[in-house]
Write a protein that binds this ligand. Structure first.
Ligand SMILES: *Cc1c(COP(=O)(O)O)cnc(C)c1O
Length: 368
C-alpha cells in the first residue's frame, strides 16, 4: 500500500540532523522564546523576502492573532467584514469568526480552486475591511489582481499561506503579497515541524511589535502586560526542527514539482481532470496537494485503494456546510459544494520512489 502521506518518511532523510538539533535544545536548558526561535524567525523572514517573522503555536493562531492585532490597533472593529474563499480549510473562516468579525464567502475560480478576483466586487460592502486569500493546495492565489483590487478599495490583505511555503510569482513569495500572512508548520505541510507550529510574516513593524506581545500574554517585558494577549508561542524545539527542515525546503519542493509533472504528463484518463497552473508559472505552485477531480469521486477512491494507492479528500465538507456554522451563512455556494464533492488528492510525498509514482499513474489510468 502507498499511503496518502507517510509522516515518518517525510523526516527520514533528515532524521540525524533533527535529533542533533533536538539534543542541542535539550542541552541548552532554554526551551521558550530563545535563540532557536529568534534564528528561525530571521531565516524564515529572509526566505519569504519580508522584514519580520513572528513564531506562534500553530497556523490557526497565526491568522487569529493578525486579525486580533488589527482590532487592538484600531484598524478593524468588531463586525467588520472579511472576504474569505468559500472553499478552504475551516481554519481560514474560524480565524475570522473567533475575532467576532464577519466572514463573507466568495466562490472560487474552478480552474485554480482559489479566490476568484472577478467575484470580489459583488462581495464588497461598506463594512468590508479585509481580504483573506488562501493559496489552496500550494498554488498562489491571483495575488497581483487581488492585492491591486484590495489596495484600490483601501482594504487590508491577510494571506493564508499555510499550504504554500515557497510559492512564488515574479520572484515574490507567498507571504510577501499581503499586509501580513499566516503560515502553518503542521507536520504534513510542505514545511512541517515535529508537532504544531506556525508563524506570521509581515513588513509592518508596528504589527510585528503588537504580535510579539500578543503571543506572549500581551507582554514583551516579563510580568508587564501591555495588552490582552494569549499564550501562543513557538517552542524552541520546534523552531530548531524547522531550521533543519527549512534548509531542505527548496529541494523538497523541486521533488514535489517533478512528481506533479509526471502525474500531469502520464495520467491520461478522460474521467479524471488534472490540476492546472492557473498563472502559467511553475514557481507559483509548490504542490502541497495534487488534487484531481472526477464525477464519481468515491468510486475513484475505492478503485485506487484496491490498486494499493491511498488518497484523501481535501475537503469533504465546505466551511458553510459545517455543523459549527449552521445558520451562519444565508447564501448558497454551489461551485464550492461541487468541488468538495468531486476532488481527490493523490499521494505526493517528496520521498515517493519511481516505482510508487508509476503505481499511482497506472492505478489512475486503469480507472473506468
Ligand atoms: C493547515 C491549515 C491551517 C491551520 O494550520 P494549523 O497549524 O493546523 O493550525 C490554516 N489554513 C489552511 C489553508 C491550512 O491548510
Amino acid at each position: 500500500m502507498i499511503p496518502f502521506l507517510d509522516f515518518k518518511q517525510l523526516n527520514a532523510e533528515l532524521r540525524d540532523e533533527l535529533i542533533a538539533a533536538c539534543a542541542r535544545v535539550i542541552d541548552s536548558g532554554w526551551y521558550i522564546n530563545g535563540p532557536e526561535v529568534e534564528a528561525f524567525e530571521a531565516e524564515f523572514a529572509r526566505y519569504c523576502g519580508v522584514a519580520h517573522c513572528i513564531g506562534v503555536a500553530n497556523g490557526l493562531d497565526a491568522l487569529v492573532l493578525v486579525l486580533r492585532a488589527w482590532l487592538q490597533m484600531g484598524r478593524l472593529r468588531e463586525g467588520d467584514e472579511v472576504i474569505v474563499p468559500s472553499n478552504t480549510f475551516v481554519a481560514s473562516v474560524l480565524a475570522v469568526s473567533q475575532n467576532r468579525l464577519t466572514p463573507v464567502l466568495v466562490e472560487p475560480d474552478p480552474r485554480s480552486f482559489n479566490l476568484c478576483p472577478q467575484r470580489l466586487e459583488q462581495a464588497l460592502s461598506d463594512r468590508t475591511r479585509v481580504v483573506l486569500p488562501v493559496h489552496l493546495y500550494g498554488q498562489l492565489a491571483d495575488m497581483p489582481r487581488i492585492a491591486d483590487w484590495a489596495r484600490r478599495h483601501g482594504l487590508l490583505v491577510l494571506e493564508d499561506a499555510a499550504q504554500a511555503h515557497g510559492a512564488r510569482l515574479g520572484g515574490r513569495s507567498a507571504g510577501a503579497w499581503g499586509d501580513a500572512a499566516g503560515f502553518s508548520f503542521y507536520p504534513g505541510k510542505n514545511l512541517g515541524a515535529i508537532g504544531d507550529a506556525g508563524a506570521v510574516v509581515t513588513d509592518d513593524q508596528d504589527l510585528a511589535d503588537v504580535l510579539a506581545a500578543l503571543r506572549n500574554y500581551g507582554s514583551r517585558e516579563k510580568y508587564h502586560n501591555e495588552r490582552l494577549g494569549v499564550n501562543s508561542r513557538l517552542d524552541e524545539i520546534q523552531a530548531a526542527m524547522l531550521r533543519v527542515k527549512l534548509r531542505a525546503l527548496d529541494r523538497s519542493i523541486e521533488q514535489r514539482r517533478a512528481i506533479a509533472q509526471v502525474y500531469g504528463s502520464r495520467i491520461r484518463n478522460p474521467l479524471i481532470e488534472l490540476p492546472v497552473l492557473a498563472m502559467d508559472e511553475p514557481e507559483s505552485h509548490v504542490w502541497h496537494l495534487y488534487v484531481v477531480r472526477t464525477a464519481d469521486r468515491d468510486g475513484l477512491q475505492r478503485h485506487l485503494a484496491q490498486a494499493g494507492v491511498g488518497s484523501l479528500v481535501h475537503y469533504p465538507v465546505p466551511p458553510h456546510r459545517q455543523q459549527a456554522y449552521a445558520g451562519a451563512f444565508r447564501d448558497r455556494y454551489p461551485l464550492s459544494e461541487h468541488l468538495h464533492d468531486t476532488v481527490l488528492s493523490l499521494p505526493l510525498g517528496p520521498y515517493l520512489s519511481l516505482a510508487q509514482i508509476d503505481a499511482v499513474v497506472d492505478a489512475c489510468n486503469s480507472y473506468r
